[in-house]
Design a binder for this molecule. Sequence first.
Ligand code: C2E
Ligand code: MG
Ligand code: MG
Length: 596
Amino acid sequence: MEIALSGEQTTPSSSRIRILLVGGSAEAASALRATLDRAKAMEFEIIHAQRLAQALALPHAREADVMLLHVEESDLPRLSALTQARLSAPLIPVVVLSEIDDEAIALRALQNGARGYLVTSEINPRLLVTTLGVALESHRMTLQLNSARERARHLATHDQLTGLANRSLFQDRLSQAVSAARRGRQKLAVLFVNLDGFKTINDTLGHAVGDGLLRGIARRFSSCLRETDTAARLGGDEFAVLLTNLSNELDGATVARKLLHVLGQPLQFRRQSTSIRCSIGIATFPRDASDAEELVKKADTATYHAKERGGSRFEFYTEDMNAAIQRRVALEERLRTALDDKQLVLHYQPQFDLTRGRIIGAEALLRWQHPELGLVSPSHFLSMAEETGLIVPIGDWVLRTACEQNAIWNRAEHHGLRVSVNVSSQQFLEVGFANVVRRTLEESGLAPVSLELEITESSLLRDVEITVNTLRSLKDLGVRLAIDDFGTGYSALAYLKRLPIDVLKIDKSFVRALTTDPADATITEAIVQLASGLNLTTIAEGVETLEQLLLLGSYGCNRMQGYLFGKPVPAQIFEQWLADPPFRWVQGQTQEATAE
Ligand code: C2E
Ligand code: MG
Ligand code: MG
């Protein structure tokens, strides 16, 4: 092997062009160096070896800017040395050096990927420099073009936020995988992963936190998947996973379990720690579907069911689910006309004051008197009403009906009786909601103090600016404002001081275990104390037993609502209860309390 290095320079230098000279004699190499020395426009450094493999093994050879490849006359017809060089060092542009001056051969060399063709006898400094310059420049442009193409391809097929495959790439891969699985009689599974409560996080903690969370979640997918699996973000908080070549349909469950565990670990973002739970739906090929579109639909259906069952779980698709979806679609159709068809009714549940020993108000609770299904509770149709936007006209109707009813009671002998109306977040965030309330009060003739609006914590935190303005306008009207289900949301206590709230309703989940779970008892007592410190009234929800009543009373919570005092009932029955309460309580009494 013969090595000729120009000068002592062996380390790379950015202004110097490093030439890897392959083949040719030592004399030819020296002649070339002499020619380059005469070229003033550029500085060169030559690394020379007889054979390609030897040349590429030399220090810094792989970082060469250009290769001058001496092609023997015998190799010119096949140009195998050129092919070999391009394969071994694809990132280095190659200029062919040859003794033969033949245009056809030169053209073929260029067609085979050479960036230039030099005839040794014709070489002069100008020709050498321009050929090398053109080779370098054209190679650089090709690389740029390739990387731009690669970027464009990546953008078109990947989600920008998380870098995961996007919907279109997922669908492509799924279609290919289904075809391959059909041919090879293999099984595959599609997992749909939907984050639970992500909208609330986005709304309350802001989009930057939401985005950070999505990125963090996306990174965790890879730790649960094999190289051959595909994880994609389909949009929003919806992810999908494609598992191919499964030995068993239940493999989907193993991955789902892993995902639930890994995605559920707390995520740190901007010094906030958040845990995310998710619902996963699984559909498998060929059991559940025979094509890609059907698989996706069924995985989606299964996810919906996982969510319906409380989230933080996975569900395999079953035929029953499909029937349930169809029932839901039918129900949605009926809900659209329920208001006009006068199928909605309000029931009233007493709110009891221990210190006065009597009913002081009623919570108006919505019911749907469905012609076939009977009395449907709001948990079965409220989310549907929210998704379809029907909640706004329905909510207006509830407000009007409750105010009109309470105005009648107030005009009769129940002066001062208060009615509580639940307000959904959509309704609350509607522009002009406070005006709707003002008009309803005027038209019904109900005194504003006799109306209490119940708003959940998460709706309050959804858009703080609108919230503060609306609450102030409502407060100016003179209505009372309550936070419903307190303790189940973010319990962002800092807001309580800033917002003109009058009442905290302690969620029934705390009250339920009050006498059995010391932690719930501690939380409840702390909420009552906190409220009293902020001059807020507390109402405990879901009080069912005398023990709960006594414990709550001992904490200083004297207003209560629950089956102990009476279930939600139609207006006529509630009216009878006002005259003859089903539950009697005398201050100091412990034993004789009875509910009918
Ligand atoms: P909420 O406002 O927290 O209402 C209390 C729920 O607890 C009611 O369920 C009530 O029947 C139930 N409840 C009352 N006492 C007890 C008890 O002692 N034990 C148990 N286990 N449960 C008790 P309901 O009527 O099914 O309403 C569920 C939710 O639907 C309500 O929770 C409220 O968030 C929503 N909702 C009801 N009516 C309306 C409405 O007109 N508009 C809006 N936006 N939401 C409504
Ligand atoms: Mg309520
Ligand atoms: Mg509640």
